[in-house]
Ligand binder design. Structure first.
Ligand code: ADP
Length: 248
């Protein structure tokens, strides 16, 4: 299975001439919970989207469970290594991305669109168990538009869990929610963190990040500028990091 759930080595990404990721290294241990924080535009979302091939890499390597997954232009989202392994990576998006014309249960039973394997569904009992886990079992027969944003996001988390992933990437999972709905989603995520799920979370929720993470990563301008456990970061000497925390 490899020493690490995921290894990202020297990740570079540009859009045209605009360099967004300038050489990022990140090793994620099994069961580790990592939050990525930093100013808007620093590349956080781009980074986690390169980890599962939603954005192509210009340069760098991603290994998953000790196996090659993505690399430069040679191992891409079209390669068989990618197609075999993408199923092990769950993703939760800011905008939920549920199928509007499917029920909650059907949404969880379908593999997410980006896995590119919609013919392979999830067993119904598994789907219901996952809905139960996020407190949404009683809503199984509703449609997304009948749910609040917080409820939709919990369904999206159940859908990611139903794939039994090795790691789940969360891309600003509460940023699209009304403030009063944020906590119900964070509570579910906190529970998953306690259960030992391997998670990488891009978030603006600082208290949450420092409460549940094993490691917090501070990104700025396409680099990891500071990182450490919440305790270690209390004593950070990094001025950019300290300034960012003071403002948030
Ligand atoms: P963050 O998540 O830290 O706010 P992003 O990764 O969303 O930052 O964006 C980093 C930079 O990349 C921004 O300047 C943004 O405008 C640019 N960017 C992101 N996605 C694209 C895209 N698809 N095309 C062009 N530029 C993009």
């Amino acid at each position: 299975m490899g020493d690490y759930a995921l290894e990202a080595i020297d990740i570079h990404k540009s859009y045209g001439d605009h360099k967004v990721l300038k050489g990022i290294d990140l090793n994620v241990k099994w069961g580790e919970v990592i939050s990525i924080i930093g100013p808007s535009g620093s590349g956080k979302t781009t980074f986690i989207r390169t980890l599962n091939g939603l954005e192509s890499l210009n340069k760098g390597t991603v290994n998953l469970m000790g196996k090659p997954f993505l690399k430069d232009q040679t191992l891409t989202e079209n390669s068989s290594a990618y197609k075999e392994q993408i199923i092990h990576v769950g993703m939760v998006f800011q905008s939920f991305n549920l199928f509007p014309h499917k029920t909650v249960l059907e949404n969880v039973m379908l593999a997410p669109e980006y896995h590119g394997m919609n013919d392979k569904g999830i067993n119904q009992l598994t789907a219901i168990a996952m809905l139960d886990k996020v407190g949404m079992k009683l809503h199984a027969n509703k449609y997304p538009h009948q749910l609040s944003g917080g409820q939709q996001q919990r369904v999206a988390i159940a859908r990611a869990l139903a794939m039994q992933p090795s790691i789940i990437l969360f891309d600003e999972p509460t940023s699209a929610l009304d403030p009063e709905l944020v906590n119900e989603v964070l509570k579910v995520m906190e529970q998953l963190a306690k259960e030992g799920l391997t998670m990488i979370i891009v978030t603006h929720e600082m208290n949450f990040a420092f409460k549940i993470s094993d490691r917090v990563i501070f990104m700025e301008d396409g680099h990891i500028v500071e990182q450490g456990s919440p305790n270690e970061l209390e004593h950070s000497q990094n001025e950019r990091f300290k300034q960012f925390i003071r403002k948030h």
